[in-house]
Design a protein around this ligand. Structure first.
Ligand code: GTP
Ligand code: MG
Length: 196
């Protein structure tokens, strides 16, 4: 399980989606939240996904294939402030269209920076995933930046806003640098993608 990881393709518009149909895990969330770092840390790879200290790095829908069994789809981050309004809107529209048209999504991981907390964009994304009936979980990232009590507060705040979340089930914490939460997330992914 999770032994083979390949970069497949960078997609810039919806006409370029891969022809191969496989179940997909979608990574979504705001820019700089740690989507690309998650891919590398999950599989102990240094540069499977490109990361930069400059946010807004991922400017395409990036497809990775795991064990020839499912895709991980790294979406561009929503709302990166330093690109033009037009570009932000282009990507927001593309992501929304993509989520609405892709029929093979088995799970969406909605990443939220534990230190930044929830923003309006997270509320919108949560509503969109709900409307599209896409199974999702919230992953509180960069949890290494908070101490124990800060972590608990971050979890509480998210649960108060999104009342259907159960910590340890569809609300998980994660640190790409420390490896916190990796086991739990992999367990979840194995139950969704390897159960058939
Ligand atoms: P976009 O491609 O812009 O949407 O960003 P992204 O969501 O892919 O974020 P990325 O993985 O590129 O990480 C953004 C920054 O956060 C980088 O500087 C990472 O090193 C840092 N980062 C990611 N995960 C963690 C984490 O778990 N802990 C800490 N401390 N930093 C992290
Ligand atoms: Mg990225």
């Amino acid at each position: 399980m999770f032994e083979k990881q390949q970069f497949v393709k960078a997609v810039y518009n919806l006409k370029e989606l891969p022809g191969e149909r496989l179940p997909a895990l979608i990574l979504c969330g705001r820019s700089n939240v740690g989507k690309s770092s998650l891919i590398n840390s999950l599989f102990n790879r240094k540069d499977l996904a490109k990361i930069s200290s400059t946010p807004g790095k991922t400017r395409s829908i990036n497809y990775y294939k795991i064990d020839d069994k499912f895709f991980i789809v790294d979406l561009p981050g929503y709302g990166y402030a330093k690109v033009s309004k037009e570009e932000r809107e282009y990507w927001a529209k593309l992501i929304n269209e993509y989520l609405a048209s892709e029929k093979n999504i088995l799970l969406a991981v909605h990443l939220v920076d534990s230190k930044v907390g929830l923003t309006e964009l997270d509320v919108q994304l949560n509503n969109l995933l709900f409307e599209l009936r896409i199974l999702s979980l919230v992953l509180l990232t960069k949890i290494d930046k908070l101490n124990r009590s800060g972590q608990k507060t971050a979890v509480d705040i998210v649960q108060r806003k999104f009342t259907d979340l159960i910590f340890g089930d569809n609300l998980l914490i994660y640190s790409a640098t420390k490896g916190t939460g990796k086991k739990e997330l992999l367990k979840k992914l194995s139950s969704v993608f390897y159960s058939q």
